[in-house]
Ligand binder design. Structure first.
Ligand code: DAH
Length: 337
């Protein structure tokens, strides 16, 4: 077999130029330098060649080998840099925007309200969403089978209360059982706020939901008065809604406070109902029976308590007319806050 060394060199150049990937380049290397490659075949043919031919063919094979090694190394280098360049960041390509989430308006409102009270010295506490009838009702002076339980309509679980035979656990219908838990474990003086979800079997409409949020407040000490309660909540409303807020205390009834009141805020947010008073919280002086069920000695302490409706407050502050918007996950609504 005769070998055209010059042609092989030209082919080699062409093959290397056409190798556009490292895999293709490896194929070229095998074709020329591999064990069954061209260079080896030439070496193998040397034994049967004449002395002159042996000399020129041997040199030719060596040349091809050196050339192939050099060209392959060079090509390899340029392919590697090319691929690195391809992986590098091209700052001229328009970026892919990352969607940054925001805190839900209810979470924001809970945090803002709690911060106002924390700055006044209240300590944040948590209570469980699954409660006993005792904590949700009885300890709060809402007797079993008393009609006042109707206003705190309740979801019962089918799980028996392990501590009260024949009674079932429930989803708390207000955050007030948090007061009971705090008093069971702490002696006055104490000042706590307890934010959380509450549940009532209400049909969903613009102002009712089966789950909403409340923030409970409780302050107990030796000489707490109704004036303290008024001062505290007035100060809260001015800090939260601004110094010009129009608010009023309206007498009300709650079994766990005596006297009791509700606080209304005057609002212009609803078109056609400008100047309307909207209730944002219930409050009062802790009923002696609530102290008694917490095991506090009779007559020693007085306390103030309040329960704020978070959705109501967020709606008032931001002019939102429908409570359902909080849970519908419409990004156009949520992204505004
Ligand atoms: N728990 C009451 C409710 O859900 C709100 C409330 C009223 C809480 C008076 C209080 C209070 O702490 O003193 O309607």
């Amino acid at each position: 077999m005769s070998w055209d060394i010059e042609k092989i060199k030209t082919d080699l150049n062409g093959d290397i130029g056409g190798a556009s990937s490292l895999d293709m380049l490896e194929a070229v290397r095998l074709k020329y330098l591999g064990k069954k490659g061209l260079v080896q075949s030439i070496y193998a043919a040397l034994s049967s060649a004449g002395p002159e031919e042996k000399k020129s063919l041997g040199k030719g094979a060596n040349d091809i080998k050196t050339l192939a090694e050099a060209l392959i190394a060079e090509r390899k280098k340029s392919l590697v840099t090319q691929s690195q360049r391809r992986d590098a960041i091209d700052v001229s390509i328009p970026g892919v925007g990352r969607v940054v989430g925001t805190q839900h308006l209810i979470t924001q409102t809970v945090e803002e309200i709690c911060q106002v009270f924390e700055r006044m010295g209240f300590v944040l506490q948590q209570g469980p969403e699954i409660e006993t009838e005792f904590n949700n009702f009885s300890a709060l002076n809402i007797p079993l089978d008393h009609p006042s339980r109707d206003s705190f309509d309740t979801f019962y679980l089918d799980q028996p209360d392990p501590e009260a035979a024949g009674r079932y656990l429930l989803l708390r219908s207000h955050t007030s059982p948090g007061q009971v838990r705090v008093m069971q474990h702490n002696k006055p003086p104490l000042a706590v706020i307890i934010p959380g979800k509450v549940y009532r079997p209400d049909a969903l409409d613009a102002s009712h939901s089966f789950m909403f949020h409340q923030i409970e407040g409780l302050l107990v000490d030796k000489h707490v008065t109704f004036a303290d309660l008024k001062g505290l909540l007035t100060s809260f409303c001015r800090k939260y809604f601004g110094p010009d807020v129009k608010m009023r205390f309206r007498p009300h009834f709650f079994p766990f406070t005596e006297p009791s009141a509700e606080v209304d805020i005057q609002s212009n947010i609803f078109k056609g109902r400008e100047g309307k008073w909207l209730e944002i919280l219930g409050c009062g002086m802790v009923h002696p029976k609530v102290f008694a069920s917490a095991g506090y000695p009779e007559g020693e302490y007085t306390g103030l308590a309040f329960g704020l409706g978070v959705e109501r407050i967020a709606m008032l502050k931001h002019g939102i007319g429908d409570i359902r918007t909080f849970v519908e996950n419409d990004m156009r609504f949520l992204k505004q806050f």
